[in-house]
Design a protein around this ligand. Sequence first.
Ligand code: UT7
Length: 327
Amino acid sequence: MTGIICGTGSYAPSYIMGNNDIAKLVETSDEWIQERTGVVRRHIIREETTVSMASKAGLRALRDAGVSPEEIDLILVSTISSNVIIPCAACEVQKELGAVNATCFDLSAACTGFVLAYNTAAAYLACGIYRTALVIGSESLSNLTNWKDRGTCILFGDGAGAAVMKASDQKFYLPVTHSEGAKGVALTCKSRHDCNGLTTELRTESMLDQEYFMQMDGQAVFKFAVKKVPEVVKEVLKRNRISQQEIDWYILHQANRRIVEAVAKRLDEPIEKFPMNLQEYGNTSSASIPILLDELKKDGRLKSGQKIVLAGFGAGLTWGAAMIEWQ
Ligand code: UT7
């Protein structure tokens, strides 16, 4: 038994900040951001919240799967930026969708969050505890961003992606995941501050302490990702006795185009196997993988029988990979 994805959905706020908008806030340029990160624009919440985006992406995934809210046994929301501390975002999504039969909880593992949420749901479905799950990654990173720090504010964006998973008697692919708390200092954020509706300038003015924003040693995280992601991809393939040649897609967390390119190079795989959409959304943490999955499904690139590796990495530090056979 395992859990298989049978529907996807996503949501991105309509308000867009291009690189030139960022260049009005900090000393940077469109050219620098594109060259160093690949990001061209990012979607930023105005009226939306982490919960409202999660609900919209979740509803779209349910429609895509042809599954009713009442059929959902488990709602799992991966987020580091919920607009509510309690109740958990997943319970708020349950309320929005009317998924009255679901058990709901959140998972916090930053940019590895969706891979871990997928694994958690697959394990529950595989052992028969639940039959249908809604797994969501939703982030309002703009609330955690220091809009005066050019080392971070160029990177991040807001959005949500979701997948409906059902129990299936297909093969269970074992995931590989790791954590290294001792290196967590490379990417931290002390607290959450609700800045909905504020302009980016006012968001920053309203913060008293720099540590309340995300603080990142960009180079340390970059080096960690470029080393650990190819390793964990190889590990997950070895664990499931699958060769690289059998893999159709590597769907990586969308942090930086240069990281994706470096991973492809280290694996000696063509870059065409590594779809990217970070140019449009920036780094949306745990939302990036499900948003990309939804895009690939909608534009017909995912075909039945294809083998896919999902790989996430980020704060914690955490990293991991999961294998999917597309239905
Ligand atoms: O989601 C998982 C967590 N995050 C990540 O995966 C992010 C990983 N790290 C990165 O993506 C990159 O490290 C960044 C995009 C954050 C930074 O790129 P970089 O190539 O590592 O730049 P750098 O920090 O080495 O800075 C290079 C130069 C420096 O100037 P000097 O010392 O060479 O004169 C910086 O001061 O670029 C300067 N710089 C900038 N210039 C214009 C740094 N940020 C900017 C900027 N605009 N925004």
